[in-house]
Every structure is written in structure tokens, then in C-alpha cells.
Write a protein of this length. Structure first.
Length: 289
């Protein structure tokens, strides 16, 4: 038996109320999701593999997976279970905690993160990527480039280069930015509206993963991204750039050449199959062997 433990997702305007238990309407232009990792790595995985989520008793003989527990620096954590796994997600600070627990195996979300954690901790490190949102394998059919989409936290759009939207406007392309998502369906609805995704994070994260690439790819949507080490596992199925000029050059090529768009769309769909929840769920089930 597998048991998964995670602090439930919540709205930043009410951190003490699990989002799944919320009954009041979400105030307009207020509130965003926190602990999205709990929705993906706990709620959705637990439902997929039919395991227990946050049991309060009788789990000492279980395979126990702890998803990014909230532990302050220097504090301890009450790990319990027959086999114990820490799903670290982007919580690099948790490396200090598990150094004291050699029996705890660490789960990471990307090949880049595995390399980092193998150097940082003595524990066994296991790669289980994050699954994409597109369980139903919906696809975008159009190869016409009319909308560039960006998804992230409220301030993510501020990281786009100066003049980015103006350059899109010159090309007759609309920028669609989305930050107020509360469910898997919200993410699906966003991707069904865009033709190309932009990822632009000009800052360094110690741990990161290609989930946004994976999500867009599952719909056959090419991504042009300010390149990151964690994206390398998706080589050939996205377009990496170093500056806005490079972005616009790739965008112009995708817009002018439908066959090029179709080529990347096909590559995206092929690569994204490895990240379908059916395949990722099996990797979690394998932990119980």
C-alpha cells in the first residue's frame, strides 16, 4: 500500500482552508493558488494509482511519500513508513533535512534536478517526472499562429523583455497571459486557446522542471523558451533562445511555414506521451515493489 502526504492546496487569501473544501465563490481579481505541487504530485497521483492521501493512522507499514513538506531550516520532520520517499519538487532546502535520514529516498522531477541532488546529498535519488494536464489527449488542429500564450504567477509577465508585446502586435499576433487557474480544466482551457507558448524566466532556480513545456506539448503546441538546463531533456521538441530577437525569428518561421509548425507539433506530441499520467502513475506504483 502507498500513502501520500501533502499539505492541501489553498488560496493565498485563506491559507488555513484547503481549496478542495472551499464553498464560497472566489473573489474576482483576488486570490491565487498555492501548493499547486500538492494538486499535481498528491491529489492527482493518489487518484490515478488509487492510494491513500494524508491518512492519519495505520500507515507505518505503507510505502510513504512526503510531497515537499513544509519544514523550517534546522527543524526535524516525523518521517514514518515501511519505505520512505521525499518528493522534493523544487524544495532544494529539504536536502539539509534528508542528509540526517539515509533511509529516505528522494524523488526529483527532472533530469537536471537529479544531477544536482546526487551531488548535494548522500541519499538515493529517483527521477519521476511531473505528468501533463492533458489526460484526454486533446489536440490543437490549427497550424496558423495567431496567439502566443504565457502561463504563470501574477508577476510572471513582468519578466518578458521590453517591447515584447509590441513586436507581437506588429505581426498581428495576440498575447494571452493567464495566472488565475484553480483546476486542471482551467489549464486545459488555456492551452486550447493558444498556438505557441512562451516561457521566459530570466532568473535561476536551483531546482526546476519542464512541466510547462510538457503541458503545451501534450496539445501539440510548440514552445519558444528562454533556455534553461531543465529543458534539455526535451531537446528537439522545443525552440530554445537567448534573447527576444531569437524568439521573434523562431516565431516568424513558425508563422510563415505551416509545415515547420506541424513538424514541431508532431515532435511535441510524441515526446509528451512519456509524461502522460498513466505512465507517471506506473512509476509511482513501482516504488511499492
Amino acid at each position: 500500500m502507498i500513502s501520500i502526504f501533502a499539505k492541501p492546496a489553498f488560496l493565498n487569501i485563506n491559507p488555513h482552508e484547503p481549496f478542495s473544501e472551499r464553498t464560497k465563490p472566489i473573489p474576482k481579481n483576488s486570490g491565487h493558488m498555492m501548493r499547486v505541487s500538492s494538486m499535481i504530485r498528491a491529489d492527482q497521483i493518489a487518484e490515478q494509482i488509487k492510494c491513500r492521501l494524508n491518512p492519519t493512522e495505520d500507515y507505518d507499514d505503507d510505502v510513504c511519500i512526503y510531497v515537499k513538506p513544509m519544514v523550517r531550516k534546522g527543524d526535524d520532520f516525523p518521517f514514518r513508513g515501511r519505505k520512505i520517499y521525499l518528493d522534493i519538487v523544487d524544495g532544494h532546502n529539504l536536502g539539509e533535512l534528508v542528509r540526517n535520514y539515509p533511509e529516505v529516498k528522494v524523488i526529483v522531477c527532472s533530469e537536471a534536478d537529479k544531477k544536482i541532488m546526487l551531488k548535494a546529498i548522500p541519499n538515493e535519488v529517483i527521477l519521476i517526472p511531473q505528468h501533463h494536464c492533458n489526460y484526454e489527449r486533446n489536440q490543437r488542429q490549427s497550424t496558423e499562429v495567431l496567439t502566443v500564450g504565457m502561463i504563470g504567477t501574477k508577476n510572471a509577465i513582468d519578466y518578458l523583455p521590453k517591447g515584447f508585446e509590441a513586436e507581437l502586435n506588429k505581426r498581428g499576433i495576440k498575447l494571452l497571459f493567464y495566472s488565475r487557474f484553480f483546476s486542471r480544466q482551467d489549464i486545459i482551457d488555456f492551452y486550447m486557446k493558444i498556438d505557441v507558448q512562451v516561457i521566459w524566466r530570466p532568473y535561476k532556480k536551483i531546482l526546476s522542471n519542464p512541466l510547462k513545456l510538457v503541458n503545451a506539448s501534450s496539445f501539440g503546441i510548440p514552445t519558444i523558451a528562454l533556455d534553461e538546463e531543465a529543458f534539455k531533456e526535451f531537446d528537439g521538441a522545443y525552440l530554445p533562445v537567448k534573447d527576444m530577437e531569437g524568439f521573434m525569428a523562431h516565431l516568424d518561421a513558425l508563422k510563415a511555414t505551416p509545415s515547420l509548425y506541424s513538424y514541431y507539433s508532431k515532435k511535441c506530441l510524441e515526446r509528451s506521451q512519456n509524461y502522460h499520467i498513466e505512465n507517471i502513475g506506473q512509476l509511482f506504483n513501482n516504488l511499492d515493489l
